[in-house]
Every structure is written in C-alpha cells, then in structure tokens.
Design a protein around this ligand. Structure first.
Ligand SMILES: [Zn+2]
Ligand SMILES: [Zn+2]
Length: 345
C-alpha cells in the first residue's frame, strides 16, 4: 500500500537542512526546518500547514522571512513548532517590519506558534495580520508524552537532543492504514458506500467501540440499511497495515544521552534523515561544533534500527567529496567491517 506522504530534502546535502513532506492525496505539506527554502516554489509553500523547527540557528530558521513574504495576503493560517524561546524568536522576526496596512489585507494570516520547553511544558502564541502581528498569549499545556501534533491520519513526535543547546529531533508517523477486505464485505452481504468512509474515520480517530454505524447500500434488490457498532465492524472488514515512519534528526552531539533519546523516538524507523556534518577523521572538530560525523550518524541509524538512511547537512569543507560522507555513513549503518573504529566522544 503506498505511503500517505512523500519526504524529500529541499536542498542538496551541502545546503541548509529542510525536509518537505507532501501528502499524496491532499494539497497539503509539512516542512521540517526553515533555513534557505528558496528552492521551494510558491505553490509548494502555500501548501504548508505545519512547520517544525529543530532550533533557531540561522541555517534552520533564516527562511522564515521568505515563507512569510510568499504567504502573506494569500494564505489564512500557518502553525509553527519550536523549542525554548521560539515564540519570542518568531515575534522578533515579525517586529522587524512595519505593518501599518497589513490589517486591511483581504486574507487574514494567522500564525500559531507552539513553543515547547525541555520540561515538556508548552504554550501557544498567536500572531495575526489583522492586529499587525501583535503577540496574543494562548493556552499553556503539559505534554503527557512526545506527541507534538496529532492529526486524523498522521502524528508528529519530537524529543530534545543536546546540540550545546536543546534541539528537537522529529519523527512523522503515518497512522495504521486500514485495508478493506472485499471478500469479507461480500461475506457480510454488504457493498461499499459512504458508511465505509465513516467507519474508517471512526477507527482511525479512536472513536468508542460502541459507536453505531449505519450501513447503507444499494444493489439490484434495492436500498438496504443495517446498524452495527464500530468494534464489531472493524475486525470484520479491515486488515490493519502499520503506517510508515520517517525520522528527521539534525544538529546534535554524539553522546550516550542523545543516542538513548533517539532510540526511544525512532526505534525501527522506516527512513531516517540524519545529519552527517563531518568525516570521522575530523571527529574532534565535530565534537567542538556539537555535530555528528558521518560514522557517528550511521552508527546511530544502525542502533535505532533505521531501515534506510539519508545523510545530509555536510560541511562546506568537503565540497566535491560528498561520496566519502555517504560511504562512511552507510558503512556504519550497515555494520560493514570497513567502518572506522568506534570510539567514545
Ligand atoms: Zn545548529
Ligand atoms: Zn545546522
């Protein structure tokens, strides 16, 4: 069964990190990190519903202005997620401009910002073009787990890793997909209809098992109606196919604590995008810069059980040598014996 979404890096491995995640059946997309995103076309930016920022170093956040420039006056809403002080960082960017006529724009732009603390306490802030992007304080909350955003068909989890500063690592998870078993529909004596969509939605959104579903369908013998409960129908009609999971991990040190955090967040992820800023030969430099080497990235990918790996965020010092970074990361990921020695940071 095809995945609900498709993920691709916005830039090449030497460019600013950013992952564009597009939904196949909806005109909708998510973005992870907001550095140089000029390679995205305006219509791709218009599709963004949520943007998840890892941290506010320039290469991850300088594209905010470009995004705002494209969507202002055209798009109604945008939701941004980030770590400590994120609402103030967004506010400072907005305060850098004069907004004396923006309240008259026909399409109001509302930017909702979700700031998450390392203690999992968070708060919402709202910036609306109607009020010149003055900050409006929203609800405070405490996260019971690492789920940052829950949607009917997917969720996004995030956990903090150490990059000298707190930095969010993310995973996007497709919820389990429900495959309709046509033979069982036939055995039940029913045919498909709008009720099937209703049932699917009820199951995916965790509706109570005793919720009634009115099965309505029409065949040669005419119109039929039958009432059943969600719990009995789900097993009769669906096969559950596990959803796909994609990890986005960039800007972190190679420490046991970070590896432990990522193991919890990313266990058996289907595809892992992970920074590989330096070669292992420059490991001391990587440690000073709070970044991973390609070998360390591959090692993390292997330890969390990633089924596929894409390395990125290469240092410009390796221009023309991308293949070495790819090879080093993949060798460590596959556990190949040619990988460089494993040594603690
Ligand atoms: Zn950084
Ligand atoms: Zn960076």
């Amino acid at each position: 069964m095809p995945s609900l979404f498709q993920a691709r890096l916005v830039n090449d491995a030497f460019g600013d990190p950013a992952l564009y995640v597009e939904f196949r059946e909806e005109r909708r997309a998510l973005l992870f990190d907001l550095g140089d995103i000029s390679a995205l076309r305006p219509r791709e930016l218009m599709r963004l519903s949520h943007v998840f920022v890892t941290h506010a170093h320039m290469d991850h956040f300088a594209g905010f202005d470009h995004l705002l420039r494209v969507v202002l006056g055209r798009k109604a809403s945008l939701v941004l997620f980030g770590g400590p002080d994120f609402a103030a960082q967004v506010e400072h960017k907005l305060r850098a401009y004069i907004w004396n006529i923006v309240h008259r724009y026909e399409v109001e732009l509302v930017i909702d910002v979700c700031e998450i603390g390392v203690d999992r306490r968070g708060r919402w802030s709202r910036f609306s073009s109607r009020s010149g992007f003055a900050r409006e304080a929203g609800a405070c909350f405490e996260l019971p787990d690492d789920v940052l955003h829950e949607d009917a068909i997917f969720r996004v989890r995030g956990r903090f890793v150490d990059h000298g500063i707190p930095c969010l690592a993310y995973v996007i998870e497709e919820k389990a997909q429900l495959r309709v078993a046509p033979d069982r529909l036939a055995a039940l004596g029913v045919t498909t209809g709008p009720w099937l969509r209703e049932l699917k939605h009820a199951v995916l959104t965790g509706a109570p098992g005793d919720m009634p579903i009115q099965l309505q369908w029409r065949d040669r013998k005419g119109e039929h109606v039958m009432q059943r409960q969600v719990a009995e129908l789900r097993h009769l009609i669906f096969d559950v196919v596990p959803g796909r999971r994609i990890g986005y991990v960039t800007d972190l040190r190679y420490t046991d604590a970070n590896i432990e955090t990522l193991a919890q967040l990313l266990a058996d992820v289907d595809l892992l995008f992970i920074e590989s800023v330096f070669l292992e030969a420059d490991q001391a430099h990587a440690a000073r810069k709070n970044h991973l080497t390609a070998r360390q990235a591959g090692d993390i990918a292997r330890r969390v059980g990633a089924k596929a790996i894409v390395s990125f965020h290469y240092s410009p010092r390796y221009a023309g040598r991308a293949a070495e970074l790819v090879t080093e990361a993949r060798a460590a990921w596959s556990g190949s014996p040619v990988r460089a020695r494993a040594s603690p940071e």
